[in-house]
Structure formats: structure tokens, C-alpha cells
Write a protein that binds this ligand. Structure first.
Ligand code: PLP
Length: 362
């Protein structure tokens, strides 16, 4: 049996509420029913409300991890006629770049150092050029950087660029306004800020994006958003979805709605992050992000190996922090603030850090 009774500060899957977990042990219902359609239409309505989307926006629920919806957004919103700007400040920006390469969509990358914020001077060279689209991970989860969306939005409006925002780790953690920022496609996933099990990701399309999707023919069936849009009109999906995860998403969205909506949820996540950050100043860590997002705090341990700290906390303290991959693995680990975590949980983690320090391991 894989062990699951850990205190989980990873960036996903994150800890779910009791209510969401209780759904996990039920029989999975048949889904081609009016009752399931109604649940799906409510999911669409609440996602649009929390994304602050146009009333004619649409939501495509995809049974894929977040990357599936990144790919769906790319191949349904753009063609080889397009020319994109891609922000690459870490692993997820790099993924967008790799996808653009794979589909031979012409693009230029803005490469940022790990932890570096995107500034006006990075965008200036692209002003008044022939670009048509912009891809950004609003929160680059690998380095904890929250990009300046109002600045990006202004730039895209001025230059008539179609804006795709991957908000997988920022939707419901950091303020987001799809309509005001003129975002064409917004992407999120079930296992991060939505705090449900993995398996579902979604693409919210602006009314303009819906038209765009209907006019394109991507060389793909499963990720063709036309099928999702068409079936979604009656609260259905073209293929068997992760039924249980969609029911859990419904419970979670309703919970947030009943507790003050998205603004209250963003505030909760922000306070959880502030509480943690305000209490680690005497620990031997350096903050990595120039422009921190609420969902995660990446830390560089000054005297110890980041991956070793992850292993010791896991094996000896039953706490999961989130290791980094690739060339960041030894230098950076991350502490998440998404999902069902409390300030007492922060205390437990900080006490474990202090204990490691006492043992000479930090
Ligand atoms: C986690 C994450 C993804 C990828 O999600 P998967 O569900 O692992 O495919 C993409 N973008 C961002 C910003 C993420 O945090």
C-alpha cells in the first residue's frame, strides 16, 4: 500500500476537503443522464463566475492533466499561420515552447532567469511587430513567479495579440479577471488550486475564442475543442470523462461559492502564504521569486541540499514539501499554500525545519 497519511505541502495533488474526499469512496455513477448534465452546467457556470469571464464564454472540461489543456488551447486557438511570443521562466514556460516547436507554430521566446519577474523592458522589443499570440503561465509554478498580468494584458491589447493564460496554479489563489484582461483562453487543472484529485483540466474560452475554435481544424480528435463545445451545450462530454473528479470539482466549487466566492478563496490562500513567509526569516533560506505568487514559496537552502531536505522530511517527519526537477533539484524546494492547509500546518512544518537545524541538517 502506498502511504497517504502525510501532511502535504506539495504543489499538486494538494490536500482536499473532507467533502471532496468522501465522494472518492462512492460508486461512480453512469453519466449520460440529465442529472449529470445539470451538474456539468453548474460547473461551467461557477468556473465562469470565478474566472470573471464574459457571460458568453464557454468552458471545455477535458479528461487530461493540465498539460492536455495547454496543448488543446494551443492547437485549437492557433494555426501555422500564427506567430507567438512565449514567456519561458521555468519548466512550464518551457513546456509551452516545446509544444509550439512540435506543432511548427512560429514563435519567439522571452527567456527569463529562474525567479526573474517579467518587466516592460522584456516586452518592448516586440511592440508593433507581426506577432499574433502570447502564451504565458500566469504563475510559473517551478520558480514561484507571478507574472504581471495587467501589463501583459495591456501589451496584448495594444498589439492585437490573442492571449492564452495557463492559470493551473493561480486560478483561485491569485486575483484573475478574464474579461477585464481580455484573456482569450484560460487553462486550469483539478489537482492544484481546485484541490481535487488529478484527472480533469479545463479551458475557458472567451466568445472570440469560441469562434476561433469553430473555424480551426486541428489534426487531433481527442483534443479537438469543437467536440467539447458542442457536447458541452447540453452538459455532456464527447468521451467518457473522469466522472468522479467532475463530481468532486462540483462539491469544491459549491463550497467556495457558499464561503464568499473566489475573492474569499484568494484571500485565504494569500494569508496562508503570508503567514508562512513571515515566520521563516530566521531560518537559513533565501527566497527565490522576485514576484511571489500566493500558491507556493520556493526556497533555496543556504547550507543544505534541497532534495535531501525533501527526503528527510518525507521519511522522518511524514511531511511532503515539493522538490524541484532538473537543474533546480539540488538548490530549490517549494512549500505550497494551495488546498486544505491551515496556519497550524505551517507551524508543524516550521517546527520540523527548526528540528533539522538543531540536528545540524539545515
Ligand atoms: C502543474 C502545472 C502544469 C502541468 O500540469 P499537469 O497536470 O502535470 O499536466 C502546467 N502549468 C502549470 C503552471 C502548472 O503548475
Amino acid at each position: 500500500m502506498i502511504e497517504t497519511s502525510f501532511l502535504n505541502f506539495t504543489v499538486g495533488p494538494v490536500q482536499s476537503s473532507e467533502e471532496v474526499r468522501a465522494i472518492g469512496k462512492l460508486q461512480v455513477p453512469y453519466f449520460r443522464t440529465p442529472e449529470f448534465s445539470e451538474l456539468m452546467l453548474e460547473n461551467e457556470r461557477l468556473v465562469k463566475k470565478f474566472a470573471k469571464a464574459d457571460e458568453n464564454a464557454r468552458v471545455c472540461f477535458m479528461t487530461t492533466s493540465g498539460t492536455g489543456s495547454m496543448e488543446a488551447a494551443l492547437i485549437n486557438c492557433f494555426t501555422q499561420e500564427d506567430k507567438l511570443i512565449v514567456v519561458n521562466g521555468g519548466s512550464f514556460g518551457e513546456r509551452f515552447e516545446q509544444m509550439a516547436e512540435l506543432y511548427h507554430i512560429s514563435h519567439t521566446t522571452i527567456k527569463l532567469k529562474h525567479g526573474e519577474a517579467l518587466r516592460a523592458e522584456h516586452l518592448a522589443p516586440f511592440e508593433g511587430q507581426d506577432y499574433t499570440g502570447f502564451l504565458v503561465n500566469m504563475h510559473e509554478t517551478s520558480t514561484g513567479v507571478l507574472y504581471d498580468m495587467p501589463m501583459i494584458s495591456d501589451f496584448c491589447r495594444r498589439n492585437h495579440l490573442f492571449l492564452v493564460a495557463d492559470t493551473i496554479s493561480s486560478f483561485m489563489c491569485d486575483p484573475f479577471n478574464m474579461k477585464e484582461w481580455n484573456v482569450g483562453a484560460m487553462i486550469t487543472g483539478s489537482q492544484k488550486a481546485l484541490a481535487c484529485p488529478p484527472g480533469v483540466s479545463l479551458v475557458v474560452l472567451s466568445p472570440e475564442a469560441v469562434e476561433r475554435v469553430y473555424s480551426h481544424n486541428p489534426m487531433c480528435m481527442y483534443l479537438d475543442l469543437k467536440l467539447a463545445l458542442k457536447n458541452g451545450e447540453r452538459g455532456q462530454t464527447p468521451f467518457t470523462p473522469a466522472v468522479q473528479t467532475l463530481i468532486q470539482i462540483n462539491a469544491r466549487l459549491r463550497q467556495i461559492d457558499a464561503n464568499g466566492g473566489v475573492d474569499a478563496e484568494v484571500k485565504r490562500c494569500s494569508e496562508q502564504a503570508q503567514d508562512f513567509r513571515s515566520r521563516i526569516s530566521d531560518l537559513p533560506f533565501e527566497l527565490v521569486s522576485e514576484s511571489p505568487a500566493n500558491g507556493v514559496t520556493p526556497l533555496h537552502p543556504l547550507h543544505a541540499n534541497a532534495y535531501e531536505i525533501f527526503k528527510i522530511l518525507k521519511d522522518e517527519y511524514r511531511i511532503w514539501i515539493c522538490p524541484n526537477g532538473g537543474d533546480m533539484a539540488d538548490k530549490i524546494f517549494r512549500v505550497g499554500h494551495m488546498g486544505c492547509l491551515t496556519k497550524d500546518d505551517n507551524t508543524t512544518l516550521i517546527n520540523a525545519f527548526k528540528d533539522l537545524q538543531k540536528r545540524g541538517l539545515l
